[in-house]
Design a protein around this ligand. Structure first.
Ligand code: XIL
Length: 312
């Protein structure tokens, strides 16, 4: 059949996958390069990965993924700059003053965006800033810097690479609900203030049969604020073991998500959070669940793969 990336390009969207540096060679690298035209490093660009020791950068694994993307004519969705998780210990246990923490955040954003300048299409600048009730997550950033940390991170990222498209990214914001209302109000406020935000990423870590029926309408209301939207971390998890009925429901769920994106003119692409069940984050994060991706543990395409192909 026609590779997903060929079909996506014809529709004016990209189809991406998360990859880790140890998946670039062999069969997984071949499939990724053949089928997808965008890559997101699964972990390699996170703060704990790039600066495990204060002042000593470790760009190697992320650089490998960027080189892989260049060799395979893929774009890079870079992920992420400011988040509550996967922070280095020196930062979380450092007891920094508010001013010191602000300066560390700006330096991190500036240095990392500068390192990859010209090589990435998108940056997830701020990841997961909201609680489920739509209030701001009381993480290191919000607790010490207040909500202005968000605008400041975008401003610094834009200064370092004016051509990268800058995104806020979160989960459980796919349908219209308290959390997505909070995100909507943030994006509206940033746009009103003239903060350089270009897009909103909907992670889309779904449970089998639970793609919100208003996903398209919800993406459209964000697009109407004057930003792009993207599906950034799609997977559809189920209780394992899988069976034919569950795999068919999963295929239907993948179809719905691709159609929702194609139905919003400002939806620029869909990224799956790992393309195969062998390396998906799901089994280790949600005990008893798995089989969440379009390829099985032996790297064979599942009904969900055919569903994406057909929808594109
Ligand atoms: C996950 C990775 O896939 C795992 O390997 C890691 O152990 C934890 O983080 N939302 C995000 C991603 O924005 O960065 C997360 O990635 C999955 C949830």
């Amino acid at each position: 059949g026609t590779p997903l990336r060929t079909l996506a390009e014809a529709k004016g969207v990209y189809i991406g996958t998360a990859l880790q540096a140890n998946e670039l060679s062999g069969t997984s690298g071949s499939i990724a390069g053949a089928q997808f035209d965008s890559v997101t490093p699964g972990n390699e660009m996170k703060w704990a990965s790039v600066e495990p020791t204060r002042g000593t950068y470790n760009w190697g694994p992320a650089d490998q993924i960027v080189s892989f993307a260049q060799q395979n004519d893929m774009r890079v969705r870079a992920h992420n700059l400011v988040w509550h998780s996967q922070l280095p210990n020196w930062l979380t246990s450092g007891s920094f003053t508010n001013t010191q923490l602000h300066d560390l955040m700006i330096k991190h954003v500036t240095d990392e965006v500068t390192h990859f300048k010209g090589k990435v299409a998108h940056w997830d600048v701020v990841n997961e800033p909201f609680n489920e009730d739509g209030t701001y997550r009381a993480d290191l950033w919000y607790n010490q810097l207040g909500v202005s940390y968000i605008a400041d991170a975008f401003t610094a990222a834009h200064a370092a690479d004016p051509n990268a498209k800058l995104y806020v990214n979160d989960y459980n914001v796919e349908g219209q609900n308290a959390k997505s209302n909070g995100l909507y109000n943030l994006v509206k406020s940033l746009k009103q203030q003239g903060v350089p935000i270009d897009g909103v990423g909907f992670q889309a870590h779904f449970i089998l049969g639970q793609v919100p029926s208003d996903f398209k309408a919800n993406m459209q209301r964000f697009a109407d604020l004057g930003v792009d939207v993207a599906v950034t971390e799609l997977d559809v998890r189920m209780q394992t073991p899988s069976d034919a009925g569950k795999l068919q429901q999963q295929a239907n769920d993948y179809t719905a998500v691709v159609n929702d994106c194609l139905g919003v003119s400002r939806c620029v692409g869909v990224t799956v959070w790992g393309f195969n069940d062998a390396t998906s984050w799901v089994p280790s994060t949600f005990p008893g669940q798995g089989a969440a991706t379009p390829y099985d543990e032996n790297l064979n395409p599942k009904p969900a793969y055919t569903a994406i192909q057909t929808a594109l």
